[in-house]
Design a protein around this ligand. Structure first.
Ligand code: API
Length: 275
């Protein structure tokens, strides 16, 4: 089976071109592909499939030719992947499957449009919706947070000055209220950084992702963080520079909605005996 490897700010994916949905993609195969020792390695799988051929996209073929079928490293399926959709766009453009530098992509969280500008790809994303207050517990430390729906579930915890972001042990999932997050949750921890010219806010974040563990970057998580940070600042519109372990993403709330911009790189293609 042919595959391509790519990443957005270090959030890496195994890309499978499967336009007619012929691959027997299962949670077990996804987990095997994402295994960093026995497989190719990745935080998730992006299957490139025609919208008309995916059962989760019935009746949507007129919106976009391509559907991003995103799976987490543990084989679970998620509704949205902000870094993944940029890598998906890079793949479509690079493989000639999308003619221009700007095109729609259908996701389980709805329709987005990718705009390729050299090394940077910008995607208009679902509007992040702030929800209930929650908590995340790591060892003996319980931290407050805000639930944010970006099509997939997030809990954003802005750290008090007394807590060092780098001191958090994210080798295991933070404990959250299962009643608030019945389908699991991506948990982001944020700390402010000094102002940066050209941005309304500048923050640093780490993330423990549902189904993938701590990743170097999380695009939908960066958007959730920006929504909380702008809300807390009382800003109806604004641009937030979000620094992650794997690089910088820029989340912007404008009058017309939200955009996430950042890098997307294809690093290899090959053949696997898996699957
Ligand atoms: N890395 C992805 C997030 C995947 C979310 C997934 N872990 C979930 O279960 O929602 C991103 O860039 O948005």
């Amino acid at each position: 089976m042919q595959f391509t490897k790519g990443h957005g700010a270090g959030n890496d994916f195994v890309i499978l071109e499967d336009p007619d949905g012929r691959l027997a993609l299962t949670p077990e195969l996804v987990a095997a592909l994402c295994d960093r020792h026995r497989g190719i390695g990745g935080d998730g799988v992006l299957r490139v499939i025609r919208t008309a051929k995916h059962p989760d996209a019935v009746g949507r073929a007129a919106d976009a030719e391509w559907f991003m079928d995103y799976w987490n490293a543990d084989g679970s399926i998620a509704e949205m992947c902000g870094n993944g959709v940029r890598v998906f766009a890079r793949y479509l453009a690079g493989s000639g499957l999308a003619g221009t530098g700007s095109f729609p992509i259908l996701t389980r969280a709805g329709l987005v449009r990718a705009v390729i500008d050299g090394d940077t790809i910008a995607v208009d994303m679902p509007t992040p919706r702030l929800g209930a207050a929650g908590t995340a517990t790591i060892a003996q430390l319980t931290l407050p947070g805000t639930a944010v729906d970006v099509g997939n579930p997030h809990l954003v915890s802005v750290l008090p000055d007394s807590i060092d972001l780098d001191s958090l042990d994210l080798t295991r999932a933070p404990v959250v209220d299962p009643a608030l997050f019945p389908a699991g949750v991506n948990v982001e921890f944020v700390t402010p950084l000094p102002p940066l010219d050209g941005f309304d806010r500048h923050v640093r974040m780490r993330v423990h992702e549902r189904g993938s563990g701590e990743t170097l970057a999380c695009g939908s998580g960066a958007l959730a963080v920006a929504a909380v940070v702008l809300h807390d600042a009382g800003l109806a519109v604004g641009t937030v520079a979000v620094d992650l372990l794997g690089g910088r993403l820029v989340a912007t709330r404008g009058d017309a909605g939200w955009t996430l911009a950042g890098p997307a790189v294809l690093v290899a293609s090959g053949e696997t005996t898996l699957g």
